[in-house]
Design a protein around this ligand. Sequence first.
Ligand code: HMG
Ligand code: MG
Length: 315
Amino acid sequence: MAPMPMSSYPKKIKIVEVGPRDGLQNERAQIPTEAKIKFVHGLAKAGLKNIEATSFVHPKAVPQLADAMEVLTALDDLPEDTDVSVLVPNMRGLDRAISAGSKHIAVFTACSESFNQKNIKCGIEESFERITPVIERAKAEGIKIRGYVSTVFGCPYEGDVDPKVALAVTQRLLDLGCYEVSLGDTIGVATPRSVQKAMSVILEGVGPEKLALHFHDTRGTALVNVFLGMQLGIRVFDASAGGLGGCPYAPGAAGNLSTEDLVYFLQGLGVETGVDLEALAEASLTLEQSLDHPLPGRTVATFRDKFCREKQSQA
Ligand code: HMG
Ligand code: MG
């Protein structure tokens, strides 16, 4: 493939911030609900317009996000143009999301039977038996529905995954009524070659405007994969503030692509993101004070000294 000429970089990229959900779901130390709420407010203040704020999965599956109801209901005062979504695994999750006032959900499955079994205790076909009525009800309630397909570029249990399965699962989610499907590199094994290989099959059946890419950065390949995704016409990328993240049911999965790294990279290309990098780093570093480890993102680290000095001078 010829390199993308500078003049043909997209004007704008949409970032879906998944830190408060994908990021926090893997944290060991219980983070106070107030800190989570402050985190989401900080992200919105930094200019992120699409934020996945929490998850209505079974509280035993992800105890860290058992306070989903409290978090979501405390986000009522966000600016109207901040689009807040939540992860929903089944009808019980949808009931809880609706009670908390959700107007936007994300449903999820995978293109690997083994990963689905570990993650949601059912195979691909059965996952659609669960998801279909959830989507039907959400549509009837006027709720927007995003879809996720996990393990598109590799599975922790099965290794390589057939891109034709990824395409079939993606098409099914779109046919049911998802407005967009986010293709997940759940354990961060993708490289530009494997992205190219899978996407050449998926893009034969689905237009790039219906797709997002969701890279975990386990091996430092997330940004270069984004760059390739942009060249393939993808304009929506998921990322997590500070590089938080992982999936408790995907051994070996490290944090998501860090939003600060993505914003820095896109700004360097002259691509609009609408995000104030310093304000974003401040939101991440404020949250870091409630974690039991430093954030893994690299760009956020360049703001840490200044943030700590300012905190000390305020104390
Ligand atoms: P299950 O135990 O099979 O559920 O869990 P069940 O339907 O058999 O129900 C058992 C009991 O749980 C019932 O209660 C239900 O009401 C209750 P009882 O009648 O016995 O008193 N229950 C619930 N309670 C609250 N909220 C709920 C809920 N559902 C059932 N939503 C289930 C199946 C799917 C719910 C569970 O396995 C689960 O929640 N799994 C989610 C695991 C998870 O969150 N994984 C991480 C997110 S996915 C991800 O990170 C990947 C992604 O980022 C993309 C990528 O990177 O690839 C999206
Ligand atoms: Mg993920």
